[in-house]
Each structure stands twice: as C-alpha cells, then as structure tokens.
Design a protein around this ligand. Structure first.
Ligand code: RB5
Length: 147
C-alpha cells in the first residue's frame, strides 16, 4: 500500500501519480488534499509519514510546490527517510543507498510526466543493503540520540 499526499502546489502531480498507480494495479491510500484550494502541507505530511512509520503503508509519496516543505515535515516523524528528488539518478540512489521510504516531489519544479517517471523508479528500486545498511542504521541512532 502506497501512501499519497499533497498540498495545492502538488495536486496535479499527485493526480498523475494516482492515475499511474491505478493503471498498474498498485494499491494506494490518498491522504489528500482533494482540491486545488490552498492548504497547509504539515498535517498531510504527518499523516502520510505516520502511516509509513507505523507500517500501514510500505512507502509514501508527498507532493507540494517544491517537495521541500513536505520532506522537512515528514522527516520529523521517527523512522522516516523522506527525500526530495528532481531527477532519475537521485531517485534511484535514494532507494539504493538511503533506503528512503517517502519520495517528495515539487509541482512547481518538475512536470507530471517526470513525476510519474520518478514514482515508477522509486517504487521499483530495492535497497542495496551491505555497507549502506550501517549508514542507514546510523541515521536511526542520530534520531535516538545515540550518535
Ligand atoms: C505552498 O505555496 C508552498 O509553500 C508549498 O507547496 C511547498 O512548496 C512548501 O515547501
């Protein structure tokens, strides 16, 4: 189950990604927003992040104007590794090296076509593990005040 969320700045990207998920029979839960009316991104980021951190959803995709506000907010939830990506390389690498669990995209930065391309890469790329497992573990240690 993929958790989706957006504010007004990311509404178009989220809809394009939803269409891609539906066409490919990938289950998702949409945490809003549901119109282009202006909304605050924090509460939506929190809901998506908690659904991923709690294991109800395996990954999340958050869209706002730049992807940045959503990522800062989502990364406040323990266990979340949210990454803003604007190109194919960073999207692949944040899965392979960071085991990122939320992809953040900007509707004022990339096209809907690029958003779908990045969502596909993100959802299909596994974590490399190996030496990166310790590095990801160290991120959790920072979160727990152990490092
Ligand atoms: C909303 O205008 C905008 O600030 C928001 O979508 C996002 O880009 C924040 O980081």
């Amino acid at each position: 189950m993929i958790a989706l969320g957006c504010d007004h700045g990311g509404f178009g990207l989220k809809n394009a990604i939803k269409q891609y998920l539906e066409e490919n029979h990938i289950e998702y839960k949409d945490f809003g927003c549901m119109t282009e009316e202006s909304v605050n991104y924090g509460p939506i980021a929190a809901q998506v992040a908690r659904s991923v951190a709690g294991g109800q959803c395996e990954k999340g995709i958050l869209c706002c104007g730049t992807g940045i506000g959503m990522s800062i907010a989502a990364n406040k939830v323990k266990g979340i590794r949210a990454s803003v990506c604007t190109n194919e390389f960073c999207t692949e690498m944040t899965r392979r090296h960071n085991d990122s669990n939320i992809l953040c995209l900007g509707g004022r930065v990339i096209s809907e076509e690029m958003a779908v391309k990045l969502a596909k890469i993100y959802l299909e790329t596994p974590f490399d593990g190996g030496r990166h497992a310790l590095r990801v573990q160290q991120i959790s240690q920072i979160e727990n005040g152990e490092l």
